[in-house]
Design a protein around this ligand. Structure first.
Ligand SMILES: NC(=O)c1ccc[n+]([C@@H]2O[C@H](COP(=O)([O-])OP(=O)(O)OC[C@H]3O[C@@H](n4cnc5c(N)ncnc54)[C@H](OP(=O)(O)O)[C@@H]3O)[C@@H](O)[C@H]2O)c1
Length: 276
C-alpha cells in the first residue's frame, strides 16, 4: 500500500509517503481517529502544538501499538512549533511540552509552523529572519540530542528558506505548504526540489472544496475513485507528500486506497486547473 511506502529525506531518514492530517480534530476525537487510521495502514500522523490534540494523538498511537502489535519505530509523527513562538528558549520549552503531551517515546519530526506569527503572515513588513534562526538553532540542538529524526519548516517561502539555509548546520528536511489541484506553487516546489527539501502538501482537498469543481468530479468518476482519492494521488504523482484529513473512519480508509495511476493526459488536464 502506498500509505506504507516511504520517501527518503535529505538526512537519509525515511518518511511514509502519506500522512493523516489532524487540524480541526479535537483532542477527544484524536485518539479514535489516529488509532483507526493506523489500522487502515497509515504510518504517518501530522499534528501541531496549535491543533491542541497532541495528547489525543499520542493516546491513539499507543492504543494502535498495543492492539496492532506495532513497534513505535514503524509510525512517524510530526508536530510543529507555533508560528507565534520566535525565541530560542520559547522553542526549547515548546519541544519539552509537546513531547510530554504526545507521550509516545519520541517525536519523529518537528517543524516551524510558519515564518511569521499568523496575524502578520500574509502582510508585508517584519520578516522574522533573525527570530527564525533562533528557533532553528533550538531545533538543531534537539535534533543533535537525538530528540527528532528530522527537522523542517512549514509555510516558508524561498526567502525564508534561504535565510535558514545560509546559516544552518542541519538543512530543513521538509517544507509543508498548501498544494492541491488548482493551487501549485511551482517556483517554491522547484526551489525545494533543487535543494533536497521534500514538499509536503497540506490541504490536498482544498479543505473539501475540490468536490465543488465539476471537471475534478468527472475525472474522479472516470477512475472510479472519490475526489479526495484523486486529489492525494495527484499530489503523489507530483512527487510530493499529501496530508489528507478526515474524522470519518470510512473516509480515512478510502483516502488510504491510492494504488491507481492517473494517466499523463489526465494529469496534464488537472494541471491546467488554476485559481482554487
Ligand atoms: N502547516 C500548515 O500551516 C497547515 C495548514 C493547513 C493544513 N495542514 C495539515 O494538512 C492537513 C489537511 O488539510 P485540511 O485539514 O485543510 O484538509 P483537507 O484534507 O484538504 O480537507 C479536509 C476536508 O475534506 C473532507 N474529506 C476528507 N476525506 C474525504 C472523503 N473521502 N470524502 C468526503 N470528504 C472528505 C473532510 O471531512 P471530514 O473530516 O468530515 O471527513 C474535511 O472537510 C491538516 O489536517 C493538517 O494536518 C497544515
Amino acid at each position: 500500500m502506498i500509505v506504507d511506502e516511504r520517501y527518503k529525506l535529505n538526512n537519509g531518514q525515511r518518511i511514509p509517503k502519506v500522512a493523516l492530517g489532524t487540524w480541526q480534530v479535537s483532542d477527544d476525537e484524536a485518539e479514535a481517529v489516529v488509532e483507526s487510521s493506523i489500522a487502515a495502514g497509515y504510518r504517518h500522523i501530522d499534528t501541531a502544538i496549535a491543533y491542541g490534540n497532541e495528547a489525543g494523538v499520542g493516546r491513539g498511537i499507543r492504543a494502535a501499538m498495543e492492539t496492532q502489535g506495532l513497534h513505535r519505530e514503524s509510525i512517524f509523527v510530526t508536530s510543529k512549533i507555533p508560528a507565534e513562538v520566535k525565541t530560542h528558549d520559547g522553542t526549547v520549552a515548546c519541544i519539552q511540552e509537546s513531547m510530554e503531551r504526545l507521550d509516545c517515546f519520541h517525536t519523529d519530526m518537528m517543524l516551524i509552523h510558519a515564518p511569521k506569527p499568523w496575524d502578520e503572515m500574509w502582510k508585508p513588513g517584519h520578516n522574522y529572519f533573525a527570530e527564525n534562526l533562533e528557533v532553528w538553532k533550538a531545533l538543531e540542538e534537539a535534533y543533535a540530542a537525538g530528540k527528532f529524526r528530522a527537522i523542517g519548516v512549514s509555510n516558508f517561502d524561498v526567502d525564508d528558506l534561504k535565510n535558514i539555509m545560509d546559516e544552518c548546520t542541519v538543512m530543513p528536511a521538509v517544507n509543508q505548504v498548501r498544494v492541491h489541484i488548482g493551487h501549485i506553487p511551482y517556483e517554491l516546489i522547484e526551489f525545494c526540489e533543487q535543494n533536497g527539501i521534500l514538499v509536503e502538501a497540506y490541504s490536498p482537498n482544498a479543505h473539501g472544496n475540490l468536490a465543488n469543481v465539476p471537471a475534478i468530479c468527472s475525472m474522479a468518476a472516470k477512475y472510479d475513485v472519490s475526489v479526495p482519492q484523486l486529489a492525494s494521488r495527484f499530489i503523489l504523482q507530483l512527487g510530493l507528500l499529501p496530508l489528507p484529513k478526515s474524522t470519518h473512519e470510512e473516509r480515512i480508509l478510502q483516502n488510504a486506497d491510492l494504488d491507481f495511476e492517473i494517466l499523463p493526459a489526465d494529469m496534464a488536464e488537472l494541471l491546467e486547473i488554476d485559481g482554487l
